[in-house]
Design a protein around this ligand. Structure first.
Ligand SMILES: *Cc1c(COP(=O)(O)O)cnc(C)c1O
Length: 396
C-alpha cells in the first residue's frame, strides 16, 4: 500500500490516540530508518529508548529467529528455559533477588504497587498508599496513571484511585510532608524521562532511602526508561549510593520486543505467593530470548561504557550549541544518552523541522527536545544532529 492510502486507513481503522507525522516507517538498520517512500532518517529517539541496539542488530534478530523456530509461547503453566536464564542474568546484574516478568512498563509498575501492598498485608499492617512525584511518568493503566504526576493525563479519568499522594521531585521536604502511617512505598524515576530529563539529586535519592528506612516504607525505582545502560551505568541507581527494594525495567530490555521486569529484594519478593499475581504472556520465551541477547550485546560490545563516552561527547556539543544560542536554549540536562534540551521556543516546531531534515527527535514536557539515540550512536552522527539543530536554530 502507498503512504497516503495507509494514513487514510489509519484514520479510518485506528483509535485516534496519537498525533504522528505523515511518514510510514518501513525498515531500519543501526541508526538509520527508512520510510515507505525510501527516504532515510537518523533516529535520535530510538523508539523512545527502546531500540538501544539500533535497528536490526544481527545478534538480536538471530536470537528472536532461533527461539521462534523452537517455541514461541507456552504460558506460565510450564517452565521455559529463556525465562529462567534471563531472570538469573538480571539478578546477577542488579541489586535484586527475584524477578517477575510482564509485557510492558505499566504492567510491571502495577506489579510493583501490588507487591508493595502485599508485603505489608503479610505483616498485617495497613499500609497501602503510594507516594509519587510531580512530572513523573509510570504508565497509562488506571493504577499507574494515578502515580503519574501529570494532570493532563488525569483530568478525563477522575476520580482516580485514592491510594496515591503526590510530592515534588528533588524536594525531600515535600515527600516528608506526604508521608503518613499508611504509606507503603515511594515510587520514583532516578531520571525522569517523559517529565523532560530531570535528574534526581544525590541528596534527594539518599534522603528517600533514609526516609523509607526510618518510616518502614519501600523504595521503588522505575528505571523503565533510564535503566539498562542508558545513563552510562547499567542502572541509574548506581550513580547514587542507594539501592531500591523494588526495581522496574522495560523499554530497552527486549531490544524492541515487548517485555518488562519487576525485580525485588528477597524479603519483599517472597510476599508474592502462588496465585497472587500473574500474566498470560509475561516471560514469553521469544521476549526473554530477545532480552538475553540484549544483555549479552550490552556486555560484548561494551555499550554501557560507550554510552557514557558518547554522552560526554553529546554534552560537549550541546554546550557549544547552548553558548551559541543563549536566547534560544533555556537549559540542557544530560546523563549518558538521555539528553533533554529545554528551549524557549516552540519545541514541536523544531521536531517538525528536524523531520524535514531527516532526523527523528521528540519533544516532551512542553518544550524539552528529547534525544534518546541507540547506544551504538557514532560521534559523526551526533555531529550531524548538531549541525541540523544549528541550522534550525539559526533560522528561527
Ligand atoms: C515508558 C515508561 C513507562 C510505561 O511503559 P509502557 O511500556 O508504555 O507501559 C513507565 N515508566 C517510565 C519511566 C517510562 O518511561
Amino acid at each position: 500500500m502507498k503512504t497516503e492510502e495507509l494514513i487514510e486507513n489509519e484514520k479510518n481503522y485506528l483509535m485516534q490516540t496519537y498525533t504522528r507525522p505523515a511518514i510510514v516507517l518501513d525498515k531500519g538498520e543501526g541508526m538509520k530508518v527508512w520510510d515507505l517512500g525510501g527516504k532515510q532518517y537518523y533516529d535520535f529517539i530510538g523508539g523512545i529508548a527502546v531500540n538501544a541496539l539500533g535497528y536490526s542488530h544481527p545478534k538480536l534478530v538471530q536470537a528472536i529467529k532461533n527461539q521462534a523456530e523452537k517455541l514461541i509461547h507456552c504460558s506460565n503453566l510450564y517452565y521455559s528455559e529463556p525465562q529462567i536464564i534471563l531472570a538469573q542474568m538480571l539478578v546477577e546484574l542488579s541489586c535484586g533477588d527475584k524477578v517477575f516478568f510482564g509485557n510492558s512498563g505499566a504492567e510491571v509498575n502495577e506489579g510493583a504497587i501490588k507487591l508493595a501492598v502485599k508485603y505489608f498485608k503479610e505483616q498485617n499492617k495497613d499500609k497501602h498508599k503510594i507516594i509519587y512525584m510531580k512530572n513523573s511518568f509510570h504508565g497509562r493503566t488506571i493504577g499507574t496513571l494515578a502515580a503519574t504526576g501529570k494532570y493532563k493525563y488525569h483530568k478525563d479519568y477522575l476520580p482516580l484511585l485514592p491510594k496515591f499522594k503526590q510530592a515534588i521531585f528533588n524536594d525531600l521536604n515535600s515527600v516528608k510532608e506526604a508521608v503518613d502511617d499508611q504509606v507503603a512505598a515511594i515510587i520514583v524515576e532516578p531520571v525522569q524521562g517523559e517529565g523532560g530529563i530531570n535528574i534526581a539529586s544525590k541528596e534527594f535519592i539518599e534522603g528517600l532511602r533514609e526516609l523509607c528506612n526510618k518510616k518502614g516504607m519501600l523504595l521503588i525505582f522505575d528505571e523503565i526508561q533510564c535503566g539498562l545502560g542508558r545513563t552510562g551505568k547499567v542502572f541509574a541507581y548506581q550513580y547514587y549510593n542507594v539501592e531500591p527494594d523494588i526495581l522496574t525495567l522495560a523499554k530497552s530490555l527486549g531490544g524492541g520486543i515487548p517485555i518488562g521486569a519487576l525485580i525485588a529484594k528477597e524479603k519483599v519478593a517472597s510476599s508474592f505467593k502462588p496465585g497472587d499475581h500473574g500474566t498470560t504472556f509475561g516471560g514469553n520465551p521469544v521476549a526473554c530470548a530477545a532480552a538475553i541477547a540484549y544483555l549479552k550485546v550490552l556486555q560484548e560490545e561494551n555499550l554501557v561504557t560507550k554510552c557514557k563516552e558518547k554522552g560526554e561527547y553529546f554534552k560537549k556539543k550541546i554546550k557549544e550549541l547552548k553558548e551559541k544560542y543563549p536566547k534560544f536554549i533555556k537549559e540542557a540536562r544530560i546523563i549518558g544518552l538521555m539528553v533533554g534540551l529545554e528551549i524557549k521556543k516552540d519545541g514541536p516546531e523544531v521536531v517538525k523541522k528536524c523531520l524535514e531534515k531527516r532526523v527523528l527527535i521528540n519533544c516532551t514536557a512542553g518544550n524539552v527536545l528529547r534525544f534518546l539515540p541507540p547506544l551504538i550512536v557514532k560521534e559523526e552522527e551526533i555531529d550531524y544532529l548538531i549541525e541540523v539543530l544549528d541550522k534550525i536554530f539559526k533560522k528561527i
